[in-house]
Design a protein around this ligand. Structure first.
Ligand code: 3PG
Length: 422
């Protein structure tokens, strides 16, 4: 690890042997709602280095899975099983967060023990305080006031959630020293470097399904001029097609309706973006429809269609690939289509390949991306593969990152504290 002086503590700053350490990870994973099976364990694997570095400590792990209302919003028991298999050591799942049986279990821990607590988002305060900027409110939650007295340190390794202000991510900053875990440290070092360098033009490829987040980031990127061009794919592309006057048809609107009850507000937002920065936004000029489970590439003149859009079209793919030729930095967030289905994976895989082969400094983020890159065997050609999707683009857009601010704030507070330093 680097010996650069950071604004935050790292695991190299302390001897944590025998200490009780609360570790916030982001192991939010794709889950099959019918079986509860974890479909992709990349995020779990990413945190193993941090957990291994805490081998002699008592490790209490905090994490979330999905969001209320989603069909993969579930308990953390499967995550504990998978983590145990990957570590080759038991990670015990404890079904609670700060109830008395959890507090007793923490109090009885021995060095080397590892426990994973319940989904933090099962607790109302984690949801109701999301985005709250008053630190005292996070600090004053039941979660923080019950857990903080039981632990000596808080390690934040959840870079993928660092754009969220939630008690489990920022509430411990003032009460125990907060330390960046290995994932967090590497992400901040690598992305931070790309951020500082004068590497224009910068291109962001925004896809995936979290369009509410992406829309906000796009506005910020364009207003702050932190990115020069945005290529839209996935549901983001569909919203921009609607915003530019295309009726995408019932099949695709139904998909949007399922994801966002108020998708029309997103269309209005996209319209405003186009009015202001239309020259910086690229929208698909053809698309691939799912016609009875087969791919059919069509031009926009064939819309509306009763069939849903499942990928960007091949001409759009060519246009977007050309845009990458002169880029100095490219950031990709989210797949371009329903890549799990072979026929509709072309947009995603070919864009990823083009990014890998471009001369630009490349960053690819998002929960699903690593699996795609591994499948294509091009991970080594990407400069930085981020565990974060939303957090990565927020960071690159220069938006506030509460999880990182908490680490820095904690270092300022505890710099001269009475704890054992290495
Ligand atoms: C993610 O998957 O991007 C992180 O786990 C954050 O999840 P959220 O967008 O539901 O807060």
């Amino acid at each position: 690890m680097s010996d650069v002086e950071h604004k935050f503590f790292t695991l190299d700053d302390f001897n944590l042997r025998g200490r009780t350490v609360l570790v916030r990870v982001d192991i939010n994973s794709p889950i099959d709602p019918s079986t509860g099976r974890i479909l992709d364990d990349h995020r779990i694997r990413s945190h193993l280095e941090t957990i291994k570095d805490l081998e002699n400590a008592k490790v209490v792990i905090l994490a979330h899975q999905s969001r209320p209302g989603k069909n993969d919003y579930t308990t953390m028991d499967q995550h504990a099983i998978r983590m145990s298999q990957l570590l080759g050591k038991r990670v015990e799942y404890v079904d609670g967060l700060f109830d008395s049986h959890v507090r007793t279990r923490i109090g009885n821990m021995k060095s080397g023990d590892k426990i994973l607590l319940e989904n933090t988002r099962f607790y109302a305060e984690e949801i109701t305080l999301k985005g709250e900027s008053d630190w005292n409110k996070h600090k004053g939650t039941h979660m923080v006031s019950n857990l903080a007295p039981l632990v000596d340190f808080f390690v934040n390794d959840a870079f993928a959630a660092a754009h969220r202000a939630q008690p489990s991510l920022i509430g411990f900053a003032e009460v125990v020293p907060n330390i960046a875990g290995r994932v967090m440290q590497k992400e901040l070092e690598d992305i931070g470097r790309a951020f500082k360098e004068n590497n224009r033009p910068k291109i962001a490829i925004l896809g995936g399904t979290k369009i509410d987040d992406s829309m906000e980031v796009a506005e910020h990127m364009l207003s702050q001029e932190s990115m020069d061009t945005i290529l839209t794919t996935g549901l983001m592309g569909n919203i921009f097609l609607m915003a530019s006057g295309h009726d995408i048809g019932k099949g695709s609107v139904d998909v949007l309706k399922r994801e966002f009850t108020d998708y029309d507000a997103l269309v209005q937002r996209a319209k405003k973006i186009l009015e202001r920065w239309g020259d910086k936004i690229r929208i698909p000029r053809d698309i691939a429809l799912n016609v009875d489970e087969s791919r059919k590439d069509v031009g926009l003149e064939e819309l509306p269609s009763e069939y849903p859009i499942f990928d960007i079209g091949l001409e759009t793919l060519m246009d977007y690939t050309k845009e990458l030729i002169n880029a100095k930095l490219v950031i990709v967030n989210g797949p371009a289509g329903v890549f799990e289905n072979e026929d509709f994976s072309i947009g995603t895989t070919e864009l990823f390949r083009a990014v890998a082969h471009s001369d630009a400094f490349s960053i690819i983020g998002g929960g699903h991306s690593v699996a795609v890159l591994e499948k294509l065997d091009i991970e080594d050609e990407i400069n930085h593969i981020s565990t974060g999707g939303g957090s990565c683009i927020n960071f690159l857009a220069g938006k506030p990152m509460p999880g990182i601010e908490a680490l820095e704030r904690s270092k300022r507070i505890f710099k001269k504290g009475p704890f054992q330093s290495r």
